[in-house]
Design a protein around this ligand. Structure first.
Ligand code: MOS
Length: 747
């Protein structure tokens, strides 16, 4: 197979959908029905849409004793109020496809009983002709409760029985810890974080007889399709989920949440298409969040900084009805060569809604504890934090003995140290000042596993020389539209403008969830495969065609550029796709690309990072200001450098938020979240963000997938918060083990 010239891949291109987004033409679920018909995905016009507003529980635990809908029903424009009193028929078939959902526990069955499990639980839905009428009527619904005292505080609450996978041990950690020359110990606390994407969750549901069409905010149209099919007891073929644009998600649109079921249920009962948009406040109860953690960690080491023992005691919140447990144990098993390790991970069922994945899920929470503790050990042993990490670099994956596909963490550390000017750092805390500001530098390593799942893509080249590529993946912001177009353009030998990539429709070829940083590896490889096959088919057509100037040429000697096939090195000899297809009376060529991961059991595949932070802490006020940040990443091949920077810098902003600002505050008296809005839940603003820089090690990982990528979206988040916490320690000499680091903690 001939090597195609690369023009688009690796070029710092802007988003192909950027203009649509900034001009408001990108249609998000809540934008529909739009005044005009969309050009993407062939979305039909939705006529006669009515509006639904959810009524939420105002207690966190107990029973509903009554729902009085008389005033709501009497309001003009109200079409109905649905609650458990109506006993709406839902099937809730098992859904083996919902493997992202917690394996233990029961989905929240909407309106199926009188039990209240958390504050903000949907207890009724009002449907009206206008949004205003629905909102007003929802306010008029009177719900009475037999309320009980909820438990919503992770600290001190009893734990679930562990799953078999929640205990891990190698070596003899207690003995190794007892005999260690140096020990450090701490409990690190991470508060709950909410994703707070700009776009609210929204669903429009329409029934056409037995068929259900849903326009939804989702990172996984096939997951939403299968869940709706299971909830309503339908065949998946009768459900179509459409989601061409997602305005940020960070993991909380991976699962299908109750409001999607409610919209479809309301549409069925009211016999009209129904639109349901969660309010900003409902986004704190109606979808998941990053769970709060208590992470106790003890490290034992030699005086020379060889970590010999690590004992992890991890607690995380979950709901009373589902046992959500994410990959928080993994980094502690393979980030360092530590021979003796014990981990116990316990979830704590609380009267809260179920948490879910949030950027760098689990791995980033663990990294805060592990990388803070490593910094404490560096301080204790007097070893430079980077040198300490280099001394604990494993030769193979210590959790399973597998070789690493590629592991260039040491190179990330060394490259970053040089670029950040680490050698200028005086290791003594509180040693550098700028007026009233104490200046500190900190760093942390990061790791995130390289996920890959089976993916498919459809590729069609039309007689006019343009191509259409489709896969049922999503673009929650990383730029899937753009990066897939880049891959396809080069593989087909077309310009960016002559390739269109479509996603977000469950009728498109199968794609895994758009999460876990696996979209490029899986869908990208399927796109590459489909486009390679299509180009080869065109080449074959040409070389076998006696009327083609390429007749008889060895197929391996032909490349395609700008839609023109020609002999490599002899551009004059060739013809265009259009000429080839026209002469052969072909309206189009079509292929299907696939990617099936292999070699899972032969290599340990992960992405790595080294993150550096410089902070200034006001000596008297305890205010922390970021001065600069650098991330160095071993993520395999970079398909789209500008989008990679968007991911890396965006994750630094998110990590700055996690480290210094973001904090979901629950009133434990009644289980209400007191800052359930974007005014009181603090996220960084421009003034909080300093100079940010990302460096990607040049290279590829062909064990991971044929296009050599290792995933980017999660790893860029992983080491950010601990690098900042370590910089705060270096600036002040104060070790803050609780996130977010507030001014109070530094006074
Ligand atoms: Mo990401 S937390 O997998 O959307």
């Amino acid at each position: 197979m001939s090597q195609q010239p690369q023009a688009a891949v690796g070029a710092p291109l802007s988003r192909v959908d950027g203009r649509l987004k900034v001009t408001g033409q990108a249609e998000y679920a809540a934008d529909l029905p739009h005044a005009r018909t969309t050009s993407r995905g062939g979305t039909p016009i939705i006529d006669g849409v009515v509006h639904a507003v959810v009524v939420d529980s105002t207690v966190a635990r107990g029973r509903i004793t009554g729902i009085d809908t008389r005033a709501a029903d009497a309001l003009p424009g109200v079409l109905g109020v649905i609650s458990h009193l109506d006993k709406p028929a839902l099937v809730y078939r098992d859904n083996p496809g919902a493997w992202l959902d917690p394996f233990v526990g029961e989905r929240l069955h909407v309106f199926q009983d009188d039990k209240v499990r958390f504050f903000g639980q949907p207890v009724a839905v009002v449907v009206a002709r206008t949004l205003e009428a629905a909102q007003h009527a929802a306010d008029l619904v009177r719900v009475s409760y037999d309320a009980e005292q909820p438990t919503t505080d992770l600290t001190g609450a009893p734990e679930n029985d562990p799953l078999p996978t929640q205990d891990y041990a190698r070596g003899n950690p207690e003995e190794a810890l007892a005999s260690a020359e140096v020990r450090v110990e701490g409990t690190y606390r991470l508060t709950r974080n909410h994703h707070n994407a700009l776009e609210p969750h929204a669903t429009i549901a329409r029934w056409d007889g037995e068929k259900l069409t849903v326009w939804d905010k989702t990172q996984w149209v096939l997951g939403a399709r299968d869940e709706l099919a299971a909830v309503f007891g339908m065949s998946a073929e009768n459900v179509r989920v459409i989601s061409p644009f997602v305005g940020g998600a960070f993991g909380n649109a991976l699962r299908t949440w109750p409001h999607t079921t409610i919209a479809a249920l309301a549409a069925r009962e009211i016999r009209r298409p129904v639109k349901l948009v969660l309010t900003r406040e409902q986004l704190y109860y109606g979808v998941g969040y990053r769970p709060a953690y208590e992470y106790g960690l003890r490290l034992g080491s030699t005086r020379g900084g060889r970590v010999t023992a690590a004992v992890h005691r991890i607690r995380a919140e979950t709901s009373s009805y589902e046992h959500f447990a994410e990959g928080v144990m993994n980094p502690g098993q393979l980030l360092y060569a530590t021979p003796h390790v014990r981990q116990a991970f316990r979830t704590v069922p609380l009267d809260v809604n179920t948490p879910t994945f949030m950027r760098g899920p689990g791995w980033s929470s663990a990294a805060f504890a592990i990388e803070s503790a490593m910094d404490e050990l560096a301080h204790e042993t007097g070893i430079d934090p980077i040198e300490l990490r280099l001394r604990n670099e494993p030769q193979e994956d210590p959790s399973n003995g597998l070789p690493f596909s590629t592991r260039r963490l040491s190179e990330c550390l060394r490259t970053g140290a040089r670029a950040f000017g680490w050698h200028r750092r005086n290791p003594k805390p509180r040693s550098r000042r700028d007026g009233d500001w104490l200046i500190g530098m900190g760093m942390a390593s990061g790791i995130y596993d390289t996920l890959r799942m089976r993916s498919e893509a459809r590729v069609r080249l039309d007689a006019d020389g343009t191509a259409l590529v489709q896969a049922s993946t999503s673009d929650m912001g990383p730029g899937t539209y753009t990066s897939m177009t880049q891959l396809a353009a080069d593989a087909l030998g077309l310009t960016m403008r002559t390739v269109r990539f479509e996603l977000g429709d469950s009728t498109f070829p199968a794609a895994p969830p758009h999460g876990g940083s696996q979209t490029m590896a899986g869908v990208g490889s399927a796109v590459q495969d489909g486009c390679d096959k299509l180009r080869q088919e065109a080449v074959k057509l040409a070389v076998e065609d006696e009327r083609s100037p390429l007749h008889g040429v060895d197929a391996d000697d032909i490349v395609v550029r700008g839609g023109r096939l020609h002999v490599k090195g002899t551009p004059a000899r060739g013809e265009t796709y259009r000429q080839l297809l026209a002469r052969n009376n072909r309206t189009h060529l079509e292929t299907r690309g696939t990617f099936t991961p292999s070699g899972d059991d032969r290599y340990s595949m992960n992405a790595y990072s080294a993150v550096f932070a410089e902070v200034a802490v006001d000596r008297r006020l305890g205010l922390v200001r970021m001065r600069r940040m650098l991330g160095v990443y071993d993520v395999g091949r970079i398909i789209s450098p500008k989008l990679a920077d968007s991911q890396a810098l965006g994750a630094m902003v998110g990590g700055i938020g996690q480290a210094l600002l973001e904090h979901t505050v629950t009133d434990h008296r009644d289980g209400r979240i007191v800052n359930a809005n974007l005014a009181d839940y603090l996220v960084p603003v421009n003034a909080d963000i300093p100079d940010l820089k990302a460096i990607y090690l040049d290279g590829e990982d062909l064990h991971a997938d044929p296009i050599g990528v290792k995933g980017l979206g999660e790893i860029v988040k992983v080491g950010v918060a601990p690098a900042i916490a370590n910089a705060v320690f270096h600036a002040t000499g104060r070790r803050v083990r609780d996130l977010p680091i507030t001014a109070e903690a530094l006074l």
